[in-house]
Structures are given as C-alpha cells and as structure tokens.
Design a protein around this ligand. Structure first.
Ligand code: COA
Length: 320
C-alpha cells in the first residue's frame, strides 16, 4: 500500500506582470530576464491573499478528485509567506473550505515545501493517522521581495497549487529528501526582529537575499543526485520516467539537470515562462497544468523535484 495523487488544482492571481512592465519601474529588460532565466511574465497579488489562493487551489483539487471537503482529515500547507504567524494558512484553508474533520498545519521548507508536505502526508496516510489529505504549496513571494533589488525581485511570482492524496495500491514509489542548514544563508529572508524591553531595536523587516550563483551551483549538483536516488529507491531507471516536473526556478537549471541525467529536455514540462519562481507552489502548479492539458495517463511514471531555501531538496517518484 502507498499514497496516490487523485486530483490536482491551482490558482494564479489575476494580475499579469510582464518583463516589459518591470522594465518601466526598474533598470532591467525583457532580454536580460528571459535570456538568463526563461521567465517572461509572472502573476502578482492585488486583492488575493496567501490563504485565499490556497483555498481556491484546494477547492479545484477536490473537484478534480471528486472528493468532498468533509472527507479530508489532513491539510498540510508548504509556505514561507502565510498571511499570519498564527493561525496557519492550513487552518485558514480548513475554515474556508469547511474541512471540519481535518488536522491542519503549515510546513516551512521554502521551494521544497510541497515535496516535504507530500512526503509528510504520505507518512500520515501510511501510519493510518489520516485517510484523505490535501497537500498545498502556496506563496505570496511579492511581499518578501526587495523591489529595489533587481537581481532577485524579477525572478519570483505568487500563486498556489494543491493535490488530494489517498491510500492506494499504486502511487508514490520512491522518495529522496534532504537539508543542508550550513548553507542556509545563500538564500535567506529574516523574520520580524525581537523588540522586547531587553533588546529594543528599530531594525525594519528584512527582505529576501540570494547569492544566485551559489544557489545555481547547489541546484545543478544536488537535484540530479536526488533524482537518481529517488528513482533507484522506486526500483526504476531514469529511462522509465515519462516526465520530470521540477521546481520552476530557472530554465538554465532545468536544462543543466536534463543534461546531467542524459534525458531530453522535452521531458521537463515548463511553467516558469508565465509563472516565474513561486517557491513551494511551483511543483503543484506545474503538475496541475500537466493534468489539465491531459499529459498524464494512468500508469505513467513521473518525477517531481523541489529545491531551494534551507537549503532543502525533495524528490518523489510516482505512478499516475
Ligand atoms: N536586469 C538587468 N541586469 C541585472 C539584473 C536585472 N534584473 N539583475 C542583475 N543584473 C546585473 C547585475 O547588476 C550584474 O551587473 P554587473 O556585472 O554590471 O555587476 C550582472 O547583471 C550580473 O549578471 P550575471 O553575471 O549574468 O548574473 P548571473 O549569470 O549570475 O545570473 C541569476 C543571475 C540570478 C539569473 C543566476 O545566478 C541564477 O539563475 N541563479 C539561480 C537563482 C535561483 O534560481 N534561485 C532560486 C532557487 S529556489
């Protein structure tokens, strides 16, 4: 017995911001952004919140799965940009969709958030601690970007993706997850500073800082290794995999991973051109787009892999 994804859903904010739009408010260009990253546009929130996007993606995943909110007994949300420190985004989703029997909590693994949430839901399901889980990746990254730092803010977007997961005979068959906290500061965003009477400070909230070249080196070495380990864990070979659904950070990272795995880049579906990097939401949004386009057939072997802040990485092999 394992755990199977039985439905997917996603939500992108209404407002489209193209590279040309950004070039009107900062010193950048479509040529610089698209040639180095593959990103052409991203969606940014105006009215939407982290919880509203997550709830909408969850409703669409439930509808796609043919599962009612009443049946859901576990909600795990991967996010680093919840609307509140507490309540969690997962508890807000629970209230919004009426999943009153669910245990709900958030998990922080940055761009690996969906993969860590999926593996956690798998563990709950296999331990009979839950029967039907909603696993969500959602981010409002636009609120933690320094909009004066053109080297980071142009890369990221907002959005949500969700999957319904249940116990089944086929589904998840291989996992590889890991963390390297010693390198955490190459991609970091400080939280609020302590302002208690002993340490009073006037420091403002910090924004995201990234050493792009270090993150690039980490991704192109760690991700192929992780994929090899997960595929081996599943008792499969790289050639058995129909699609590699990778975290959508940068087209050059995806091309390099494909080359290192000796796999055609055609097997790596792309959403970063219209989404940018949406951290924990990237993989489930991409999976939902593949599902909606009819690219996935029962029995297909798929790899999903997330990587980023922490540093963290997580790969799953599954049979659709
Ligand atoms: N528009 C125009 N110029 C920009 C720019 C922008 N948005 N951002 C930075 N630049 C400039 C810099 O100021 C610098 O100029 P200088 O040489 O005059 O000092 C120059 O571009 C740096 O360019 P380059 O050396 O080509 O940068 P790069 O090859 O390292 O590319 C990234 C930058 C961010 C695209 C690349 O490092 C990367 O993709 N890293 C991985 C990041 C990532 O995916 N993170 C998330 C993982 S979860």
């Amino acid at each position: 017995m394992t755990s199977r994804i039985v439905g997917t859903g996603s939500y992108l904010p209404e407002t489209v911001v193209t590279n040309d739009d950004l070039s009107k408010i900062m010193d950048t260009s479509d040529e610089w952004i698209s040639s180095r990253t593959g990103i052409r546009e991203r969606r940014l929130v105006k009215e939407e919140t982290t919880a509203s996007m997550a709830a909408e993606a969850a409703k669409r995943a439930l509808e796609n799965a043919g599962v009612s909110a009443d049946e859901i007994d576990l909600i795990i949300v991967g996010t680093i940009t919840g609307d509140y420190v507490t309540p969690s985004t997962a508890c807000e989703v629970q209230a919004a969709i009426g999943a009153e029997h669910a245990l709900a909590f958030d998990l922080n693994a940055a761009c690996s958030g969906f993969m860590f949430a999926l593996s956690s839901a798998h563990a709950y399901l296999q331990a009979n601690l839950a029967n039907a889980a909603l696993v969500i990746g959602v981010e409002t990254l636009s609120k933690i970007m320094d909009w004066n730092d053109r080297s980071t803010c142009v890369l990221f977007g907002d959005g949500a993706g969700a999957a319904v997961v249940k116990r089944d005979e086929v589904g998840l068959s291989g996992l590889d997850l890991g963390s390297d906290g010693a390198k955490g500061m190459v991609l970091a965003c400080p939280n609020r500073t302590n302002n208690n009477p002993l340490v009073q400070t006037d420091k403002a909230l910090g924004y995201t800082y990234m050493d792009g070249q270090e993150v690039y080196k980490f991704a192109v070495t760690t991700v192929p290794e992780s994929i090899h380990k997960a595929v081996e864990h599943a008792g499969l070979e790289i050639g058995d995999i129909k699609y590699f659904a990778l975290h959508q950070a940068n087209i050059r990272i995806i091309q390099s991973v494909a080359k290192r795995l000796k796999v055609s880049v055609d097997k790596f579906p792309i959403s970063l051109d219209h989404c940018g990097n949406i951290s924990a939401a990237s993989v489930p949004i991409l999976l939902d787009e593949m599902n909606q386009k009819g690219m996935l057939e029962r029995g297909d072997k798929i790899v999903m892999s997330g990587f980023g802040g922490g540093l963290t990485w997580g790969t799953a092999v599954l049979t659709w």
